[in-house]
Design a protein around this ligand. Structure first.
Ligand code: SF4
Length: 487
């Protein structure tokens, strides 16, 4: 796709990638419709609240150290700021780094919606520089600033003349996209258009895009084994470091949803190859991904040597645990990349995928091709299991769990796994993106599943003492009964 890095705005996932948040069908149908370009959004006649792209920006751009984010919004939009900054500070402390990023807000009120708040925004930008001296100021928009038509770009352009650092707008009005992952793209658009510099020289490193870098040491060792360095982003990075990502050998990621914009954008703008293979979850994912990296950076022999060595250690152990997991039925509820990649790992471990609910789905990525992991799964799954796309609609999940009665629920967002447990279903909260990464963690995950299903007293006790708000009537409905074709 042609990226426009001159503009401060960019297309939403719905516009660029044909993304949807409403669908009921099966994995093979989803893959086929994605390939053919026939996938359509199905509206709901009822919907619970969900997350927004502005919240996603807040959570992701603040991974960068020593910058400021000004949320041009009512104060409520910045509600997640406190836990987010606390978490980022802890991630920095784990690596003995200081973290001085600040989040501020313009606290838009009723009066601002009538008279505008440009003057207040300008003042906040200048005051932020005076007080904190950040490396850059990112200004994020909101539903309110969008609805009143605030000319944020002009205010920023004027204020930027008075401070010696980049002041960068991030257009992420919450109503703009139903897909909160559009917020990742908003961050990457700001970074690619305003922060990344043209390459001065080629470096011997790969950009590794992830969330919280929990497997950092193992990954550094892994790339060391093939003679390549690793630069993790954006967690614990500085603006100066990020400005050099155009010098990388390649861009790789733990998550296709997370990296489509940055990976493809960097490839188009600066020729940095983006690894588009399925992601490194489970054995097949890891080997496919690492071999593709080896091919692209010219380290095929080294990659094969690594795979042979690690296989000898871990595959016999994985095979042993698999015997105890065989036939367990699993429901998964995760983001679009992890949902279908962890489903592949579930099948690798001889468990059955009973149902996948994915928080959104991109019909294609920014290179124009359908997500490779969904095509791979549809081609290799032993059964055409059911799938729905729902932006974390817990009431739908409760219906699904009640209908399919799985042995286990795997969720990557904490707000869903607790509901499964209340219904008496053992659940694992897979917050760590590296939980099924490579051989070692696939083995560890298999043991975690075994532990979780062996002792079920917690969910049995809890569910016996809790009265859920859902009626028998709701549980009797077909899970797709509230969908209607979008006009
Ligand atoms: S930007 Fe809009 S959707 Fe997001 S938190 Fe603010 S009001 Fe809610």
């Amino acid at each position: 796709m042609a990226f426009d890095f001159e503009s401060t705005t960019f297309g939403t996932r719905e516009e660029r990638l044909g993304s949807i948040v409403g669908y009921v069908g099966s994995i093979k149908d989803l893959a086929e419709q994605s390939r053919c370009g026939t996938l359509r959004e199905r509206g709901r006649c009822f919907s619970q609240s969900s997350s927004c792209d502005a919240g996603c920006v807040l959570g992701y751009i603040t991974h960068i150290r020593d910058v400021a984010l000004i949320n041009h919004a009512p104060s409520g939009c910045a509600a997640p700021a406190s836990p987010i900054v606390t978490a980022q500070t802890q991630l920095a402390e784990k690596r003995s780094l200081s973290y001085n990023t600040v989040v501020l807000g313009t606290d838009l009120n009723e009066s601002d919606t009538i008279f505008g708040a440009g003057a207040g925004l300008r003042q906040t930008i200048l005051e932020t520089w005076e007080r904190y001296k950040p490396a850059a100021i990112f200004v994020t928009t909101s539903c309110v600033s969008g609805i009143i038509g605030e000319d944020v770009d002009s205010v920023i352009a004027e204020a930027a003349e008075e401070v010696p650092i980049p002041v960068v707008p991030i257009h992420c009005e919450g109503f703009k996209s139903k897909v909160w992952a559009t917020g990742f793209d908003a961050c990457d658009h700001a970074i690619l258009s305003r922060i990344v510099k043209p390459p001065q020289q080629k470096g011997n490193f790969v950009n590794f895009k992830n969330f919280n870098e929990s497997a950092r040491e193992d990954i550094i060792d892994m790339f060391d084994a093939i003679g390549v360095d690793t630069f993790f982003l954006y967690s614990n990075t500085t603006l100066e470091e990020i400005s050099h990502i155009s010098e990388a050998l390649a861009t790789v990621s733990i998550c296709g949803t997370l990296c489509s914009y940055l990976g493809n954008g960097l490839e188009e703008k600066y020729g940095v190859p983006y690894i588009k293979a399925i992601n490194p979850l489970g054995v097949t994912g890891f080997e496919t991904w690492f071999r593709e990296i080896g091919r692209v950076v010219g380290k095929e022999k080294e990659v094969e040597a690594y795979i042979t060595r690690e296989r000898a250690i871990y595959i016999p152990q994985i095979e042993e645990v698999k015997k105890k997991l065989k036939g367990l039925r699993v429901v998964l509820g995760m983001g679009s990349s992890f949902a279908f990649q962890v489903a592949r790992v579930v099948q690798e471990l001889d468990m059955e995928v009973a149902y996948v609910t994915s928080w959104h789905y991109d019909s294609r990525y920014d290179d124009g091709n359908p997500p490779p992991h969904v095509q791979h799964l549809a081609a290799h799954t032993p059964v055409d299991f059911p799938v729905n796309i729902a932006d974390q609609q817990n009431f739908e999940l409760m219906n699904i769990l009640n209908t399919y009665k799985p042995d286990l629920y795997l969720g990557r967002h904490g707000g869903t796994s607790v509901w499964a447990i209340k219904q008496g279903v053992p659940a694992i909260f897979m917050a760590d993106e590296y939980m099924t990464f490579g051989y070692k963690r696939t083995l560890s995950f298999a043991h975690t599943v075994l532990d979780r299903i062996t002792n079920r007293s917690f969910e049995n006790n809890l569910s016996a003492r809790i009265r859920l708000p859902y009626t028998k009537w709701w549980y009797q409905q077909e899970s797709d009964s509230l969908y209607k074709e979008a006009e």
